[in-house]
Write a protein that binds this ligand. Structure first.
Ligand code: 2AM
Ligand code: CA
Ligand code: CA
Ligand code: CA
Length: 266
């Protein structure tokens, strides 16, 4: 039998230690490189944090596999066994420019089903975490089940890019939503924005393209508090190479899907 409490306990310890290393790096010179384009950044801390976490997992759980952003994990296509989905720094641009608004994100899956979710806001020392079925927490405070809401009272996390001309979505879908909502916010870290949905600080979060390490931890947290985790078509999120992501509290999710996204061809 897999001891999820023990896995959760160890993951918490390692993530906090990784956070201390990241904070210590603030006083040092960063090495910054670009990936797919000039605004797609990676630093030596992204890579070092990923390697640190993978080293711990390999030492303690040699049979577990790892799917991670910076390429030090394993290469595989199926979702069998236990898989750690890791983003060592989610919000790298914020890490570089602001030294805040970034997080370490981990989702641990068994046969494709989320079991442990963990998002650590390093600078604020806020650890959002859950063992599926045993409640979700921010540090030691239990997160409340998400209540039903409406768009007119909602704060929605969305990147302004998706409301300008872009190749993934016609802005005419999301502009009315931005208008009708109480407000919108862009934090620049998908993981943090999903932690905010789980804790009720945001009522919804939308992104047109994310990778599993961006949403893996967040989807487990949001599911645990009764939020909805789908793509823009309303299909349940799974570990897939790339997908759109639409998460929200009940009510708000149905309203956005039906009133704003329904006629889209995603
Ligand atoms: P990252 O910081 O780990 O790269 C805002 O940029 C959000 O989108 C962040 O969570 C970021 O994760 C994610 N993202 C996904 N793909 C990206 C890309 N190609 N360039 C920049 N951010 C990306
Ligand atoms: Ca990245
Ligand atoms: Ca990310
Ligand atoms: Ca990252």
């Amino acid at each position: 039998m897999t001891n999820w409490n023990e896995i959760h306990r160890l993951a918490t310890t390692w993530v906090k230690e990784a956070g201390e290393r990241i904070k210590a790096s603030f006083s040092e010179e960063l090495t910054i490189a670009t990936k797919s384009h000039r605004n797609d950044l990676v630093t030596d801390m992204d890579k070092g944090t990923e390697q640190f976490l993978i080293g711990k997992i390999h030492d303690h759980f040699p049979s577990h596999r790892i799917l991670s952003e910076e390429g030090f994990g394993d290469d595989f296509a199926d979702v069998g066994g236990i898989i750690w989905v890791i983003d060592p720094i989610d919000g790298t641009m914020n890490f570089i420019h602001q030294q805040r608004n970034f997080a370490i994100s981990i989702g641990i899956f068994h046969e494709g089903v989320g079991k442990v979710g963990m998002i650590y806001d390093v600078v604020h020392d806020e650890m959002y975490h859950t063992i599926s079925g045993e409640g979700a927490y921010m540090n030691d405070t239990k997160l409340k089940p998400l209540t039903k809401g409406e768009v007119k009272d909602a704060i929605i996390g969305i990147n302004a890019t998706w409301v300008t001309s872009n190749k993934r979505i016609d802005p005419s879908y999301l502009a009315p939503l931005v208008k009708d909502a109480r407000g919108t916010r862009s934090y620049g870290s998908a993981a943090l924005e999903m932690a905010y949905v789980a804790s009720g600080r945001l009522d919804a979060y939308i992104s047109l393209r994310l990778a599993p390490w961006d949403y893996g931890g967040g989807m487990i947290l949001i599911n645990e508090v009764g939020g909805k985790t789908t793509n823009l078509k309303g299909e349940a999120l799974m570990i897939t190479p790339q997908t759109s992501v639409f998460v929200a509290r009940p009510g708000v999710h149905e309203e956005i899907l039906q009133q704003y996204l329904n006629s889209g061809n995603w």
